[in-house]
Design a protein around this ligand. Structure first.
Ligand code: C2E
Ligand code: MG
Ligand code: MG
Ligand code: MG
Length: 288
């Protein structure tokens, strides 16, 4: 009886905690000092050449372990950081941290790896952004072609004229531009020629069903054909099975990313992975 009551209390407590954690205001408050308190870190997910299997790029993914709220997924806290404008400081931290990491990988097996970083609309609108990027490259001894910025379709429509100018400046620097989650957003095909892109990342939603759905299969096929004819590199996101990897390779997709290759992992683990040892698959990526 007492045990039962205890469990009930526990549940009430958890529900209350969840309600609190759901509150954007609480997340916003907890975010304020989180950079200074060292609560953020980056994990890195391998992107391999579909044909050779060689690790060519890595995507940096932000993790926040809040002492108050516990581990918080980026899908929860990034929108809050965008609303408060804190994404500028946070995005700058990510840029610097990721470039520093690639600098540290120099003269290792990861010597010439390309790093992909997710960038919000707010960051692109910041007049300092191009300067911040070039300073981060210089400070950490990276060549510009080692950096790729991932944008979503939403970013492109928000302030199209300005975005076009900023992307042209970044491309002139030698930095790559990737269109993330392709196919899920507003997907006006005119974006593909209007903006200075080099890479399309095919969203997980299509890759997921490629083995069993004729529709998804045709759609991915069409995206790849279109990418080829526009001279774009193609990355398939969310590749979880060997079957998906084989189909994508056969369709001419250049790069693969997903749990089938590796989960997002810590820098040392990525070094081991690049060195030919298996990536740890045991923990859900969110915990590390
Ligand atoms: P994204 O850029 O599309 O990143 C891919 C997401 O898919 C990541 O989730 C990754 O962990 C997950 N993923 C990778 N492979 C697989 C797979 O095979 N199966 C499944 N089910 N999932 C897979 P994550 O790390 O939770 O990030 C979610 C989103 O948060 C990212 O989507 C990105 O839009 C955003 N994000 C993450 N880090 C940053 C950052 O530093 N800055 C900004 N602005 N956004 C970020
Ligand atoms: Mg991304
Ligand atoms: Mg994506
Ligand atoms: Mg996404």
């Amino acid at each position: 009886e007492a045990k039962k009551a205890g469990r009930g209390e526990q549940r009430v407590f958890n529900d209350a905690m969840n309600a609190v954690a759901k509150d954007a205001l609480v997340i916003d408050g907890a975010l304020r000092d989180a950079i200074e308190a060292n609560e953020f870190y980056l994990v890195y997910q391998a992107i391999t050449n579909a044909h050779t299997g060689k690790l060519t790029k890595v995507e940096a993914l932000l993790r926040w372990n809040s002492p108050l709220l516990g581990p918080m997924p980026p899908d929860r806290f990034i929108p809050v950081a965008e609303d408060s404008g804190m994404i500028i400081a946070l995005g700058t931290w990510v840029l610097e941290q990721a470039c520093r990491q690639v600098g540290l990988w120099k003269h290792s097996v990861l010597d010439d790896v390309t790093i992909s970083i997710n960038v919000s609309a707010w960051q692109l609108a910041d007049p300092q952004f191009v300067t911040l990027v070039s300073q981060a490259l210089i400070r950490n001894g990276l060549s510009p072609h080692q950096l790729e910025l991932e944008l979503t379709e939403r970013v492109l429509i928000e302030d199209a004229a300005n975005v076009q100018t900023v992307l042209a400046q970044l491309r002139a620097l030698g930095v790559g531009i990737s269109l993330d989650d392709f196919g899920t957003g507003y997907s006006s095909l005119s974006y593909l020629t209007q903006f200075h892109l080099n890479t399309l990342k095919i969203d997980r939603a299509f890759v997921m069903d490629i083995e069993h759905s004729e529709r998804s299969n045709s759609l991915v096929h069409a995206i790849i054909a279109m990418g080829h004819s526009l001279g774009l590199q193609l990355v398939a996101e969310g590749v979880e099975t060997a079957g998906q990897a084989a189909i994508l390779e056969k369709m001419g997709c250049h790069y693969l990313q997903g749990y089938h290759i590796s989960r997002p992992i810590l820098p040392d683990e990525l070094l081991h992975f690049a060195d030919g040892r298996a990536a740890p698959q045991a923990q859900p990526d969110f915990v590390i």
